[in-house]
Design a protein around this ligand. Structure first.
Ligand code: PHE
Length: 454
């Protein structure tokens, strides 16, 4: 596609909302709480915040500038900016990462649809914590239902991606982001007023730094990349649709703040609620799905219609938040196939949808009938999560920071970050310093420390 006929996002708010729509999703509301629970609470959260600030946000700026400068899908972007070099592999690895993430992410996204229908039919009424654990266990062990929901979700993603950037992505994000935020605030208020919620607050707020070991560092780094959608060219692809006057630094900052706030709010719902009913915080991927129904039942037990209304709304918004993330993942791979192999967008999108559904089936089954088949002690689902979030995204981030910090001409950095000198960016030197030194050294240190790469 030539430069001039590439699509654009319509408005400034649209730019932020679409990027935030990619960032805010299951990573914040489903993955953040269970990683926090697995890694002991407050100390993990602080480490995570450090990773967002020092690694995630600066690398997001780097992705933005690479994308907008090159106006191409993420693989082509590196070829445009560094012709004849091997940097293109950074982009290609990103496309592969996106494909793999979409494969297991859509499984969890499918769960949100099941929970939407369960709350519409009010089948959570009268259950206790034990009941919710059993309900979730039975559901994921079923060979059909989760697979069907996953496929439904993939198709929904597919049709929005086929409709194109502006109409699909931007519109969807504009309505649902603010609504989700308000609902989360209501749920925080409910959760913190449950009996025994105090223990959950303590878990969230009292750091025990003796718990910060290599696995906490790797977990926090992986979560920061995953949650911000950084490290695989997703925001790079979106930035290729940005206009010349988009303020990259400010957009990155806004996205990071919105994304982090949503994650923290989710924490303030899940942990007070989990401790209140005696659910262990380290339940893993099921944590959100067994904890949340308790909040609705306990807080609104006396007003069943309100419990139904709020839970239906919540699961719909969660599904929509997941949708704006799956759209962004899908778009990366679709734009790559469409522009690199000169196939129609429709055909490219079908290939992605088909391939990811295929992966999704195996990931879904690996939690039920295929539980015995493990690799490195992990189910396929856990393996995909580990390899993408904790290895491929940070590795992508490592190379992106090297590319922006060392390979690209300083003039390019300056032109993109300051919009050719029209913006005063106070932190400009700091951003460049982080991209050059702190980010690559920090990521390498965490890898070496935990994975024993040397
Ligand atoms: N950031 C998304 C979320 O938190 C997931 C995602 C990861 C999306 C990587 C795109 C790229 O749900």
């Amino acid at each position: 596609m030539s430069k001039s006929n590439r699509a654009h996002f319509g408005t400034k708010l649209g730019v932020i909302l679409a990027s935030a729509g990619s960032a805010v999703g299951l990573g914040n509301i489903w993955r953040f709480p269970y990683e926090t629970g697995n890694h002991g609470g407050a100390a993990f959260i602080l480490t995570y915040l450090g990773c967002v600030l020092i690694l995630g946000a600066p690398i997001m700026i780097a992705e933005f500038l690479i994308g907008r400068r090159s106006r191409a899908n993420t693989a082509r972007a590196y070829q445009n900016l560094a012709p004849g070099t091997q940097w293109k592999w950074v982009g290609r690895m990103g496309v592969l990462t996106g494909f793999l993430i979409l494969g297991y992410y859509s499984v969890v996204a499918g769960w949100t649809l099941e929970y939407t229908t369960q709350s519409v039919t009010n089948s959570f009424a009268g259950q206790d914590a034990e009941g919710f654990i059993a309900l979730f266990g039975n559901f994921v062990a079923n060979p059909w239902r989760p697979v069907l929901w996953m496929a439904v979700f993939m198709l929904a993603t597919h049709f929005i991606v086929v409709r194109g950037v502006e109409r699909g992505i931007e519109k969807a994000s504009k309505v649902m982001m603010p609504m989700l935020f308000i609902l989360l605030l209501i749920l925080v208020a409910c959760a913190v007023s449950l009996p025994n919620a105090g223990k959950g607050m303590e878990f969230l707020l009292k750091p025990d730094f003796s718990k910060v070991d290599g696995s906490v560092l790797l977990g926090a780094m992986g979560q920061a990349f995953f949650s911000l959608s950084v490290g695989m060219g997703c925001l790079c692809t979106y930035a290729s649709y940005f206009k010349p006057d988009t303020n990259l630094g400010r957009t990155a900052f806004s996205v990071a703040v919105i994304d982090t706030m949503v994650a923290i709010l989710a924490g303030f719902i899940i942990f007070p609620a989990a401790f209140s009913v005696g659910i262990q915080p380290d339940m893993g991927p099921s944590l959100l799905f067994i904890t949340l129904p308790n909040v609705f039942q306990q807080a609104f037990g006396g007003l069943p219609w309100l419990a139904v209304l709020l839970s239906v709304m919540f699961y719909i918004l969660l599904a929509l938040a997941a949708l704006t993330s799956t759209i962004s993942l899908h778009e990366v791979v679709t734009a790559y196939l469409h522009e690199e192999f000169s196939m129609s967008r429709r055909k490219a999108a079908w290939l992605v949808t088909g391939g990811c559904t295929f992966l999704g089936v195996f990931c879904s089954l690996s939690l039920g009938v295929g539980k015995e088949y493990t690799l490195f002690g992990m189910t396929l689902f856990d393996l995909f999560d580990f390899v993408t979030a904790k290895i491929m995204l940070p590795l992508g981030g490592f190379f992106i920071s090297l590319f922006a910090g060392w390979y690209l001409d300083k003039r390019v950095l300056w032109e993109e970050i300051t919009n050719r000198g029209t913006l005063k960016v106070q932190l400009y030197r700091l951003i460049v310093f982080i991209l050059k030194f702190i980010a690559p050294i920090g990521i390498a240190f965490i890898f070496i420390n935990e994975l024993g790469l040397i």
